[in-house]
Design a protein around this ligand. Structure first.
Ligand code: HEC
Length: 150
C-alpha cells in the first residue's frame, strides 16, 4: 500500500518534471519568424485605404451618412459599410504613417476602430441618433489625424 503510494508519487513527479524539461528545451531552440512585410501580406497602403473608405465611389463613410439622412434608411447597407469601416481601421493600424510616432498612430487608429464598431452596433440596433453620433465622431477624426500624420 505504502510502496505503491511512493511509486505513484515518483511516477507523478516524473510526469511533472519531464514535460517541463522538454518545454524548456524547445523554448531555447525557438526562434521567432520575421514579421512579413505589409506588401507580402497584401495589406493596402494608407493612401489606398483613404481612397476606399473616404473617397471615390466606395466612400463607405459618406454612404453611411447618406443613408442615415434618409427617412427610409437602408439599415443593412449602413451595417455593411460600418463593418467595412471597422476593417479599414484595422488595416490602417497595420500600416505605419510616414509622419508621426507609432504611439499616436495606434491611438488614432484604435479610436477609429472603436467608433466604427460602435457605429456598426448602432446600425444593428437601427438606432439612428446613436449611429449619427458615431458617424460624426469618425468624420471628425480626419483633420486631427492628418495634422499629426499626413
Ligand atoms: C488614423 C488617421 C487618419 C484618419 C482618421 C483619416 N486620415 Fe486621411 N490620411 C491619413 C494619412 C497618414 C494620409 C497620408 C497617406 C500617405 O500619403 O501615405 C492620409 C491621406 C488622405 C487622403 C489622400 C490619399 C491619397 O490618395 O494620397 C485623403 C483623400 C484622405 N486622407 C481623406 C480622409 C478623410 C476624408 C478622412 C475622414 C473621413 C480621413 N482621411 C481620415 C490619415 C488619416
Amino acid at each position: 500500500m505504502k510502496a505503491s503510494l511512493i511509486a505513484g508519487g515518483l511516477v507523478l513527479s516524473l510526469l511533472l518534471v519531464v514535460p517541463e524539461l522538454t518545454a524548456r528545451d524547445e523554448q531555447d531552440k525557438y526562434e521567432p519568424l520575421p514579421r512579413p512585410t505589409n506588401a507580402q501580406l497584401n495589406i493596402p497602403t494608407i493612401a489606398q485605404i483613404m481612397q476606399e473608405a473616404h473617397r471615390c465611389r466606395t466612400n463607405y463613410i459618406g454612404q453611411v451618412r447618406t443613408q442615415l439622412g434618409k427617412s427610409d434608411t437602408d439599415w443593412s447597407e449602413v451595417e455593411k459599410k460600418s463593418n467595412d469601416l471597422v476593417r479599414m481601421g484595422q488595416l490602417l493600424w497595420l500600416n505605419n504613417p510616414k509622419k508621426g510616432g507609432r504611439d499616436s498612430w495606434e491611438m488614432f487608429t484604435s479610436v477609429y476602430v472603436a467608433n466604427a464598431s460602435l457605429l456598426a452596433d448602432a446600425a444593428q440596433k437601427k438606432d439612428k441618433p446613436l449611429a449619427l453620433q458615431y458617424q460624426k465622431n469618425l468624420s471628425g477624426m480626419c483633420i486631427n489625424c492628418h495634422k499629426a500624420h499626413k
